[in-house]
Design a protein. Structure first.
Length: 284
């Protein structure tokens, strides 16, 4: 087999394993199947478009080589979504969540809802589960990034940090967002408990990013205001991702403002872990 074909098959293999690794919890979640059944077409289109934008961002800043052209990044993102559709369809067929007696709309809805998280997992898996050659390439790229930052390319670094935080938050929060437990916890919590959740989320970010020596954490000395700003940015990202998930899964309709805020705060905890620790794990 030619080396190029072998390399492509290896990348597909890593992508499939990565997709399943990050998405299996929601593949087995009943609320996700139901959302796929009832979600209107415009919701599904927004879902696909938002996922494609995330894939573009991840592939641009972490998933592909620095010298990749924009057209290559676009095509890679399309391939990942296409592979995610196939993986999701086959796995839902395997666990008997779809069958050929269902309507095309129901099958398509379930596959689309499942496949978007699978697509992000495929992108991350392809980049992160590589062998020694890929690791060496990533190390060289990291050194280049440090040089770029030293040369003053702080804007690109900030954009990269935001995109990776969103991807990490999406991957971690997605396994919790569709479940009824988020609403149950929100309904049972007092204002004091919600405030404590906010403080714990901020504390998690601070410990993860600045005090735990995680791989990928910047070792440069930063001012207290810079540290606080970056912690707040990660938490805001987690809250925005949480709200987006709650909106998509129909968790904010017919509820008061307090319940909406409570749900966002509750889901913000796993979202914060993803935006901080998850961001470091999926960075290259």
């Amino acid at each position: 087999m030619p080396d190029s074909n072998r390399k492509t098959l290896k990348e597909f293999g890593r992508g499939i394993i990565g997709g399943l690794l990050f998405s299996l919890p929601i593949v087995y979640t009943m609320e996700v199947w139901w959302t796929g059944f009832i979600a209107p077409p415009e919701y599904l289109l927004i879902y696909i478009f938002a996922t494609y934008l995330l894939l573009l961002g991840y592939n641009r800043y972490a998933g592909m080589k620095e010298d990749s052209s924009f057209s290559e990044i676009c095509w890679e993102s399309v391939e990942e979504i296409g592979l995610a559709f196939i993986v999701s369809f086959l796995f839902l067929l395997l666990i008997n969540r779809i069958d050929f007696g269902m309507s095309l709309d129901e099958i398509a809805g379930k596959v689309i809802v499942e496949s978007m998280i699978v697509a992000i997992g495929i992108s991350v898996g392809t980049a992160q589960l590589g062998g020694d050659d890929e690791s060496n390439d990533h190390s060289e790229k990291s050194e280049m990034n440090v040089t770029d930052k030293d040369e003053g390319k702080k804007d690109n670094f900030f954009i990269k940090r935001i995109i990776l935080a969103v991807c990490g938050s999406v991957l971690i929060a997605s396994s919790v967002a569709p479940t009824d437990e988020v609403m149950m916890i929100a309904l049972s919590c007092s204002e004091i408990q919600l405030l404590l959740m906010v403080l714990v989320s901020l504390l998690i970010t601070g410990i993860t990013v600045y005090f735990s020596d995680f791989q990928g954490v910047s070792k440069s000395n930063k001012s207290t205001m810079t540290v606080l700003w970056e912690i707040i940015v990660d938490y805001i990202i987690a809250l925005v991702v949480s709200f987006a998930f709650l909106w998509f899964f129909g968790r904010i309709q017919d509820h008061g403002l307090y319940i909406l805020i409570a749900q966002v705060v509750v889901l913000g905890i796993p979202g914060t872990i993803g935006a901080s620790a998850g961001r470091l794990l999926i960075a290259r």
